[in-house]
Structures are given as C-alpha cells and as structure tokens.
Design a protein around this ligand. Structure first.
Ligand SMILES: NC(=O)c1ccc[n+]([C@@H]2O[C@H](COP(=O)([O-])OP(=O)(O)OC[C@H]3O[C@@H](n4cnc5c(N)ncnc54)[C@H](O)[C@@H]3O)[C@@H](O)[C@H]2O)c1
Ligand SMILES: [Zn+2]
Ligand SMILES: [Zn+2]
Length: 380
C-alpha cells in the first residue's frame, strides 16, 4: 500500500479553461479512486488529434474546464474497492474505450464496443457517482474520455486500463495507448488486406502511418498515401508508403485519381483524417466487387456521410472502427509484446519531445503538421 492511498493527492495538471486557449499548469487535487477505479501516476503522455479537436471545440460539444489527454503510460498508485486484477506498481496503458469483460460486446469476438465503458466524448465525470475526481481551488474540472492523462495523477475506471509487461519502456509503448494501436488494428483487424493487394491510406499522421505499417505487415504490395500536406510524404516512406497523392495537385476528385492509378480502385482503404470529404473519397476509391473502406478519423458533430447508394450495390463495403477493434485489456498486452519482439517499430512515430511544463508546444507541432507524435515527459 502506498503512503498516498486513500488520500487526496495534490499534483500538477494541464487544465484547458477555455476552447482553443493554451493549457495552464495548475496545482490540482486528485481524489482517491472509488469502487472499480484506479489512480494512476502518469509518467509519459502524448498528444493525439482527438485531444486537439475537443480542445478547439470547433464542430464538437464544448466542455470546460477540462483535463485532456488519452495516450499515455503510467503506474498504478492505488486501487479502489472491488479491483482485483490491478495493484499498486503495475505498469499500465490507460485507454479511452474500456472493456468490462461482462457485457454482450465484451463477450463477442467481433466487438470492442463495451456497453459500460465504450468511448463517450460528452461525459466529463466518472461513471460511479457522476462526479469529477479533479478540482482546482475547489472547482471541479471535467475528465476527458475517462482518461485525462495531462495530469501527474489521474483516476480511471479499472476497465479502461491495460496491464502490460513491466519490462516495456513506457516512454515508447505509451503511443500504443491510442493512435498506433488504432491505425495498426484498423488495417490488420478490420480492413484485412490480402498479401499482394493495394491499400490507400488517407491522412499520414501517426494514426495513418500506423495503418500503413499494418498494410506493410500484411504484405500489401502498393500502399498509396493521400495527404493535403506534401511534407508528410518523405516521412511516410519509412512506413512502407510506396506512392503519394496530394488531392490539391489535381482538378478532379482524388477517388478518380486513385481509380486511374489502380485499374478501377484499391482493394482496401483506411481513412485517418477526420475530414468528411476524405471519408467519402476513401469509400469511393475502393474497387467494386470486393473493396473495403475503413473510417478511423473522428468527424465533426454535424457531419453527414453522402454517397450514391449504387456504390454499395456495386459491392463496395464501408466500415469504421474505434481503437482498431482491439479489446484494450485482452489485446493490448500482446500488441506491446509485438514491440518487445521487434515485430513492430515504435520509435519512428515519436518525432518530438517536451517537458510537461511546455505541453502547449505539442499542440503547436500538431496544428502546424510538424512531426507525428510529441512525447510529453511528466517528470521533466
Ligand atoms: N477511431 C479511433 O479510435 C481513433 C483513435 C485515434 C485517433 N483518431 C482520429 O484519427 C485521425 C488522425 O489522427 P492523428 O493523430 O494521426 O492526426 P494528425 O493530425 O497527426 O494526422 C492527420 C493527417 O490528415 C491529413 N488530412 C487532413 N484532412 C485531409 C484530407 N481531406 N485529405 C487528406 N489528408 C488530410 C493532415 O494533413 C494530417 O497529415 C483524427 O481524426 C483522430 O481524431 C481516431
Ligand atoms: Zn487518440
Ligand atoms: Zn463490456
């Protein structure tokens, strides 16, 4: 039992007081975990585009003040009542979507959409009592997707925590807590390209390049990267991307460009942009008869997907996924092992690093399209 168990912990957290305004490092009070919750000491976190969307709150439901962050690695500090499979000292990755292991989804091999703990971007409180575990000078601060990792300590539901090999370096495997597992799983678990097939990847950020990595592992022979930012192309070669298309270079829709390049369309496509136009193009660019498109990007609240139904009649398939269809507790430890066995390279996704005190720089890098993942060190 740690000396802080059962006590309120005062620590530093980066609080978003207002949409789009720089985060402010504040002294926060973090309440002890309640039943089925755990309190984590976060050691490393990184920024994913989903944090940025909800912080900007353009086309998303605004909820402030809030502590963002959902891609992280840490150590269990203390556990609440009823938690039996985690203990202080365990190395863990928190995940924005959970696994209760009891509902129909958790029992289904096909789904990771747990009834109890699936992602909910509109909830800013804990399930147990509908309250926040964070406060600043007595004012409650909202949680984000049940993780809120931009804090030295955070409280999460035990079902949203994957216990991993303690030998795995948390400053590297933390990127598996969201983006990289999502992209990899979107290809390997959902798109499932066959050996020798063609795959288009829309959006060459960390999620898209992880999807490209999945296509390379699956033995795809053509991996076509699509991005509006041409600076992405050089980096993408390291991830097995063989050809590039910038939609801005053409005066016709990118799906037509891809159809011409591939004799009618790609076998698979994975969309990792969050742009509704890219989602539609990603669907329409797959080959009729067998093509499968997988949506991963988080859309705006009011977006709607429009395509001609003949595309479906022509036997194109549209799918989508959260977290690459991985069940966080059951599957994530083995993804970490893929890194440990050198089947999966993660270092190349981490292009920047900042101390926690400079977390706003990570937002600047993402907004300017510089690099892939920015590691944020909590102890620095
Ligand atoms: N479904 C999930 O479980 C899940 C998990 C993590 C992230 N996401 C989402 O995945 C997406 C990618 O995340 P990321 O962290 O890699 O972001 P990122 O900002 O690093 O990368 C996104 C890339 O998409 C490109 N892009 C934007 N609009 C485009 C368009 N119309 N056509 C082509 N390229 C375009 C950008 O230039 C950028 O390079 C985001 O929408 C994020 O919210 C979803
Ligand atoms: Zn994410
Ligand atoms: Zn469940």
């Amino acid at each position: 039992m740690s000396s802080t168990a059962g006590q309120v912990i005062s620590c530093k957290a980066a609080v978003a007081w207002e949409a789009g305004k720089p985060l402010v490092i504040e002294e926060v009070e973090v309440a002890p975990p309640q039943a089925m919750e755990v309190r984590l000491k976060i050691l490393f976190t990184s920024l994913c585009h989903t944090d940025v969307y909800f912080w900007e709150a353009k086309g998303q439901t605004p909820m402030f003040p809030r502590i963002f962050g959902h891609e992280a690695g840490g150590i269990v500090e203390s556990v609440g009542e009823g938690v039996t499979d985690l203990e202080p000292g365990d190395h863990v990755l928190p995940v924005f979507t959970g696994e209760c292991k009891e509902c129909r989804h958790c029992k289904s091999e096909e789904s990771n959409m747990c009834d109890l703990l699936r992602i909910n971007t509109d909830r800013g409180v804990m399930l147990n009592d509908g309250k926040s575990r964070f406060s600043v000078r007595g004012q409650p601060i909202y949680h984000f997707v049940g993780t809120s990792t931009f804090s030295e300590y955070t409280v999460v539901h035990a079902g949203c925590v994957a216990k991993i090999n303690p030998a795995a370096p948390l400053d590297i495997v933390c990127v598996l807590s969201c983006g990289i597992s999502t992209g990899l799983g979107a290809t390997l678990n959902v798109a499932k390209p066959e050996k020798g097939s063609s795959v288009a990847i829309f959006g060459l950020g960390a999620v898209g390049l992880a999807a490209a990595e999945g296509a390379r592992i699956a033995g795809a022979s053509r991996i076509i990267g699509v991005d509006l930012n041409s600076n992405r192309f050089e980096e993408a070669k390291k991830f097995g991307v063989t050809e590039f298309v910038n939609p801005k270079d053409y005066d016709k829709p990118v799906q037509e460009v891809i159809a011409e390049m591939t004799d009618g369309g790609v076998d698979r496509s994975v969309e990792c942009t969050g742009s509704i136009n890219a989602m539609i193009s990603a669907f329409e660019c797959v080959h009729d008869g067998w093509g499968v498109a997988v949506l991963v990007g988080v859309p705006n609240k009011d977006d709607s997907f429009k395509t001609h139904p003949i595309n479906f009649l022509n036997e194109k398939t549209l799918k989508g996924t959260f977290f690459g269809n991985y069940k966080p507790r059951s599957d994530l430890p083995s993804v970490v092992e893929k890194y440990m066995n050198k089947e999966l390279e993660l270092e190349k996704f981490i292009t920047h690093e900042v101390p926690f005190s400079e977390i706003n720089k990570a937002f600047e890098y993402m907004l300017s399209g510089a690099g892939l993942r920015c590691l944020i060190r909590m102890d620095a």
